[in-house]
Design a protein around this ligand. Structure first.
Ligand code: ADP
Length: 266
């Protein structure tokens, strides 16, 4: 799998780059340093993230797991610049999100990050093609024709481009959402339970597409999932508990993930 096999290549090339290039060639696509998130104040305060330091390597597919309420969504949202930390730091490349103005944070979300949500979040009045290119259109950019063709064919959406979301199956809608995230080749894609609404066959197809994007395009993906089978497609699984990283598994199998969940009382 590319994340593991390319590690040596990454570190070798890292020694050759100029300091100014590090934001696009450093080893980590994203990382957190002692990330703390507290919701509310006083007696009702809830610590959702309790000092998390974790790195996500370039070209790696990481799954985040843990029981409900352990902080998975909060971590993903803070990493993606959709929510802010109470203290600590989050980096996308070498950009620290807390140092950005609202405008620059919006630009970072638009230009450098992709999202795949459980609920697809497609625009119902636009056909599949226009949904895929919408973020680029908003940014005033055109899709690179080669990248568009590549993602449409790998997601098997060629015959569906003129269809609106209501005319597509759940699996097809989520593939459109994945294509929308992939087409601009963002530095990192965050996926929040992307298979949560899919039947098992469509879920497996989507996971295989995501795996392919990592293996063939060196895409970085961070995915929250409840499903040990889904997590087994990743290079690494990070387990959260009570807002902390409590365990990690590399080269996960479904059985290994299941065993860890059992031992953690999930
Ligand atoms: P998970 O995704 O693992 O289920 P979350 O990140 O959603 O966990 O939640 C972590 C903790 O933070 C939970 O105790 C949850 O109730 C709390 N929480 C999440 N969002 C909010 C919010 N907007 N306001 C108050 N508490 C929240």
């Amino acid at each position: 799998m590319s994340g593991r096999s390319s590690a040596g290549v990454r570190s070798a090339s890292a020694t050759l780059v100029a300091v100014s290039d590090i934001s696009t060639t450093g080893t980590d696509a994203a990382r957190t340093v002692n990330a703390v998130k507290v919701y509310g104040k006083g007696d009702t305060a809830v610590t959702a993230l309790d000092g998390i330091s974790v790195e996500f390597g370039r070209g790696e597919f990481t799954a985040i797991m843990g029981p409900s309420g352990s902080g998975k969504s909060t971590l993903l949202h803070c990493l993606a610049g959709l929510d802010t930390l109470t203290s600590g730091e989050i980096f996308i490349g070498d950009t620290e999100l807390g140092s950005l103005s609202e405008k620059n944070l919006t630009l970072l979300r638009r230009e450098r990050v992709g999202f795949i949500f459980q609920a697809y979040n497609l625009v119902p009045t636009l056909n599949a093609e226009d949904n895929i290119t919408l973020p680029l259109a908003i940014a005033g950019r055109k899709a690179d024709p080669e990248a568009f063709d590549d993602v449409v064919d790998s997601m098997k959406l060629r015959e569906r481009l003129s269809h609106r979301p209501a005319e597509l199956s759940g699996g097809q809608q989520q593939r459109v959402a994945a294509a929308r995230a992939l087409v601009s080749r963002p530095e990192i894609i965050f996926a929040d339970e992307p298979t949560g609404n899919l039947d098992s066959k469509s879920g497996l197809e989507l996971l295989a597409f995501m795996r392919k994007a990592v293996d063939e395009k060196n895409q970085t993906i961070v995915m929250v999932t409840h499903d040990p089978g889904g997590a087994s497609h990743a290079d690494r699984v990070v387990f959260l508990g009570d807002g902390k990283v409590v365990h990690e598994v590399t080269e996960p199998t479904t059985e290994a993930v299941f065993e860890v969940m059992k031992s953690l009382g999930n």
